[in-house]
Design a protein around this ligand. Structure first.
Ligand code: GLU
Length: 509
């Protein structure tokens, strides 16, 4: 039977990297063997419900390319895929459990439950529900419910013995039944608790592999008891290692210590392929040990038995390292340009044709680690009125005579392309017998307004002859017009000029 897996996020806030992580593994597990990957929205906690969160979660899965086969957006045979729209199914399950005496209503008020716990503490007993409503006669329970008295429904769990299940990665896990204290399955607001909803839905949706984070291991015995009470066969359980903060204690990743929002990584210019590849390496490895692989390659090679349980650390430097590799090499140039283009447009930049954009992106990519890095220092490709930095002006000033020479030589070039420009620059350097930097640095500064930028010939080829000449002219003008007032060289020159003028004036009189 092909596997059916699910990711079951609760729409309570920012789409979490942990959700992307577990989603990725569920996706590849299903797709590896032609199964189905479900996205189910677990919105039964009405207090923590955030109406914008669902759309953002769906958007993140789309962006990552982990498009669910079934879910609220695409529908599917087991819909609806939002738990708040499936309340009748949970009610039916509860009614059946009540009728079969496997669950019971409990009418205690919050004050009564607090008093119960205080008493337990005083007597040195483990705190937890003591099953006091279990023996309530059915007629009394029905009458009080019919009279509108608030209640919860609890699962009647065995007091003796133990409950076991097999975790596919950890082996058998057993918990004493005395630890399971008749958990609430239906809340007083009529909504199911997580435990009931997850069991009813996993069964109704035909989920074969419940793959989720390690933190749910302690809930699993309750789910096992619920499956048994409802007469459902058990799915396989696979609990993934938790992602850890890169701190000394390797605590579970948390907002306080780390940015856990997928949207925020996206906004920082992280590409989805890199985030997925980075997450894929968290507790899993390719059979041949290679670090860089695509979602398709992961899918083809996926085997959950290769998941290792050592707590993988969410190391931001590593994420950036993956991102840089995708940007510098692994993403196709056209594809990359398509992602950078909207960022450029948002800055109000435009370009004459597609080739121009491709050339710019190709030239800049070796210097970029994120998509945002492309906008930094790229203005000179799109905006002729860029400002010159002070450092750039100093370089222009230092190379003034070279720039004047080059302006002349370039203007005489009949044919302007990479080779002719390269030849011209190198020929000039040779004839002058100077260090190449003495020529290139001022040129680079003249063309870009900055002291550091990619190769001069490359930039010149992209922007073209006319703009190269305009920029050399503007740079030369700028050093007389815009050098900062505290520049001693300029002050000296000005003073000399004034003195010379004064002298001349004096002679004329
Ligand atoms: N709604 C739970 C969560 O937010 C799902 C846990 C599970 O996969 O069973 O993580």
């Amino acid at each position: 039977m092909p596997p059916v897996t699910r990711i079951a996020p609760s729409p309570t806030g920012d789409p979490h990297v942990g959700t992307a992580y577990i989603g990725l593994f569920n996706f590849v597990l299903a797709r590896r063997s032609g199964g189905s990957f479900i996205l189910r929205i677990e919105d039964t906690d009405r207090e923590r419900y955030n109406p914008e969160s669902e759309a953002r979660i769906l958007e993140v899965f789309d962006w990552l390319g982990l498009t669910p086969d079934q879910g609220p957006a695409s529908g599917g045979p087991h819909g609806p895929y939002r738990q708040s729209e499936r309340l009748h199914l949970y009610r039916e399950a509860v009614d059946r459990l009540l009728a079969e005496g496997k669950a019971y209503r409990a009418f205690e008020t919050a004050a009564e439950l607090t008093a119960m716990r205080e008493e337990q503490r005083r007597l040195g007993k483990d705190p937890g529900y003591d099953g006091r409503a279990r023996g309530m006669p059915r007629e009394e329970s029905d009458r009080r419910a019919a009279a509108g008295e608030p209640f919860v429904v609890r699962l009647a769990t065995p007091d003796e013995g133990a409950t076991s299940f097999k975790d596919e990665l950890r082996g058998d896990i057993t918990i004493e039944n005395s630890q399971i204290r008749d958990p609430v399955i239906l809340k007083s607001d009529g909504y199911p608790t997580y435990h009931l909803a997850v069991v009813v839905d996993d069964h109704a949706m035909g989920v074969t592999h419940v793959m989720r984070a390690e933190e749910w291991i302690t809930s699993t015995p309750i789910h096992v008891l619920l499956h048994q009470a409802l007469g459902y066969p058990l799915p396989l359980f696979i609990h993934m290692p938790l992602l850890r903060n890169p701190d000394k204690n390797k605590s579970k990743i948390s907002k306080r210590k780390l940015d856990t929002s997928v949207d925020s990584y996206r906004a920082q210019g992280i590409v989805p392929e890199a985030l997925l590849n980075f997450l894929a390496n968290m507790g899993w490895s390719m059979p041949d040990g290679r670090e860089f692989f695509s979602l398709k390659e992961m899918t083809e090679n996926f085997d959950y038995h290769r998941i290792s349980l050592g707590g993988p650390v969410f190391d931001l430097r590593k994420l950036r390292y993956f991102n840089a590799r995708y940007i510098k090499e692994l993403i196709d140039l056209e594809d990359l340009a398509g992602r950078v283009a909207p960022l450029f447009r948002a800055k109000g930049w435009d370009w004459p044709d597609e080739d121009y954009l491709l050339d710019v992106v190709d030239l800049l990519r070796p210097r970029c680690e994120t998509l945002l890095d492309f906008e930094e220092g790229a203005a000179y490709f799109f905006d002729d009125d860029f400002e010159y930095s002070e450092e750039a002006l100093r370089k222009v000033e230092a190379g003034q005579s070279h720039l004047e020479d080059l302006e002349r030589e370039i203007s005489m070039l009949d044919f302007f392309d990479y080779d002719s420009m390269d030849e011209l620059l190198h020929g000039y350097v040779q004839r002058q017998g100077v260090n190449i930097g003495k020529v290139m640095q001022p040129m680079r500064s003249a063309l870009t307004g900055a002291a550091s930028a990619p190769g001069v010939t490359e930039i010149a080829t992209i922007i073209g002859k006319r703009r190269v000449l305009d920029r050399i002219g503007r740079a030369l003008q700028s050093i007389t017009a815009a050098l900062p007032d505290d520049n001693p060289q300029r002050e000296l020159e000005e003073r000399r000029a004034q003195e010379a003028q004064a002298k001349q004036g004096g002679q004329q009189q």
